[in-house]
Design a binder for this molecule. Structure first.
Ligand code: PGA
Ligand code: ZN
Length: 432
């Protein structure tokens, strides 16, 4: 049984050119594996702490040398000689070593990099693909394998681009395609059709942080019109639907949603979302309201929750405790899952389990600042998450995940099926 022999870390750069942490776990059988952590821009208030050095002389304070030293110092000392296959014990030890509720002492970036790298090293040592190792480790049944429905963010707004759009992400959701590779192909073809339409409109086709275009369109309805046209033009009407991430905490100020230049209440926002849902057949709304507007979320879930997926990202921050409150208070009906919002693999799995047990669907997610690490692709399949969002079919840090899913689709063969609309169906009424 291989044991952890050494752990080292490195300050590397993410897709926006900001520092992030890479950690390598080496076992005493010679196996070595690394993991790279991503970083958000529209981060939730309640996320676990991403530790930054704050030394303005380096990377404007964004350096991660402290997190690197925590990995190589206290965390290496803690885990040397332990069994990397026991992920639950390993993550428990990481959480205890930090000792704070928000992982602010050692840093969630330090903790997560170790948690993921150890997981990978254990898989490699056992000569198992990561996806199978994750399944075995967390005791999921072997039987059903779901390839997640991709949610491709093709128009970027909010904090991810200078398009001027309040809504952060406009996503293509190919629920009606027959397989993962056909879904990805649909996304790529629509992306190219969209580019042609934007060029025809004399709009810019430079891209935002997640690879989507960032055109300066008049308003949100114009963006939805352009997307509807691109889907039709590429021949996917009816097969590919639209999903939005408003990241609404970013435009919630002084008790109002500052949307399209006017202050609005949660009820008014819900009306706008309801009208878009009717007109454009939106399949999911992520963070339509602000992260602490529990009453607003409850109202919107009551109004639209039988029609459409309402996904909590900044609201839940992959935190099982916040999710439990949501389930109890009937807020949202789906959760976005980001490993670095909570900081260990085990706690992320707990959030997924809590969601599935309550009938909430799950969407595994990248961050706007990404790396070449494709852990979330294997993770989404291992967990039968049903959906994944990892940007546009553009920029290699985004394609690293989609391409890994193509490999998993090939390798799993007939054992796996494409999730399609499984994640978006609702118990009472199917989303339009
Ligand atoms: P972030 O954006 O990674 O910048 O937080 C992604 C999201 O809000 O889903
Ligand atoms: Zn979000």
């Amino acid at each position: 049984m291989a044991k952890i022999a050494s752990i080292r870390a490195l300050e590397i750069l993410d897709s926006r050119g900001f520092p992030t942490v890479e950690t390598e776990v080496r076992l005493d059988d010679g196996t070595a594996a690394s993991a790279l952590v991503p970083s958000g821009a529209s981060t939730g208030e309640h996320e676990a702490v991403e530790l930054r050095d704050g030394d303005k002389a380096r990377f404007n304070g964004k350096g991660v040398l402290k997190a690197v030293s925590h990995v190589e110092g206290p965390l290496q000392k803690l885990l040397k000689g332990t069994d990397p296959r026991d992920q639950a014990a390993l993550d428990k030890a990481l959480i205890a070593a930090d000792g704070t509720a928000n992982k602010g002492k050692l840093g969630a970036n330090a903790l997560l990099s170790v948690s993921m790298a150890a997981c990978r090293a254990a898989a490699l040592s056992a000569k198992m693909p990561l996806v199978s190792h994750l399944r075995k480790t967390f005791g999921l049944p072997e039987g059903e394998w779901l390839l997640p429905t991709p949610m491709l963010n093709v128009i970027n707004g909010g904090k991810h681009a200078d398009s001027g759009l309040d809504v952060q992400e406009f996503m293509l959701v190919p629920v009606g395609c027959g397989s993962f590779h056909e879904a990805l192909r649909a996304g790529a073809e629509i992306y190219q059709a969209l580019k042609k339409i934007l060029v025809g409109m004399k709009m810019t086709v430079s891209v935002g942080d997640e690879g989507g275009f960032a055109p300066q369109l008049k308003d949100h309805a114009s963006a939805l019109d352009v997307l509807t046209d691109s889907i039709a033009k590429a021949g996917y009407a009816g097969k590919v639907r639209l999903g939005l991430d408003s990241a609404a905490s970013e435009f919630y100020k002084d008790g109002a949603y500052r949307f399209e230049g006017k202050p609005r209440t949660a009820a008014e926002m819900t009306e706008i979302y309801g009208s878009w849902q009717k007109k454009y057949g939106i399949i999911s709304y992520e963070d339509p309201l602000a992260e602490d507007d529990w009453d607003g979320w409850k109202h919107m879930t009551g109004k639209l929750g039988t029609e459409v997926r309402i996904i909590g990202d900044d609201l839940f921050v992959t935190n099982p405790e916040r999710l439990k409150r949501g389930i109890k208070e009937k807020t949202a009906n789906s959760i976005l899952i980001k490993l670095n919002q909570i900081g260990t693999v085990s706690e992320t799995v707990e959030a997924i389990r809590t969601a599935h047990a309550a009938g909430y669907s799950t969407v595994i997610s990248h961050r706007s600042g990404e790396t070449e690490d494709a852990f979330i692709a294997d993770f989404a399949v291992a967990m039968n998450a049903g959906a994944i969002k990892t940007g546009a079919p553009c920029r290699s840090e985004r394609l690293a995940k989609y391409n890994q899913l193509l490999r998993l689709e090939r390798d799993l063969g007939t054992k796996a099926r494409y999730a399609g609309d499984a994640c978006f169906k609702l118990a009472s009424k199917t989303a339009r």
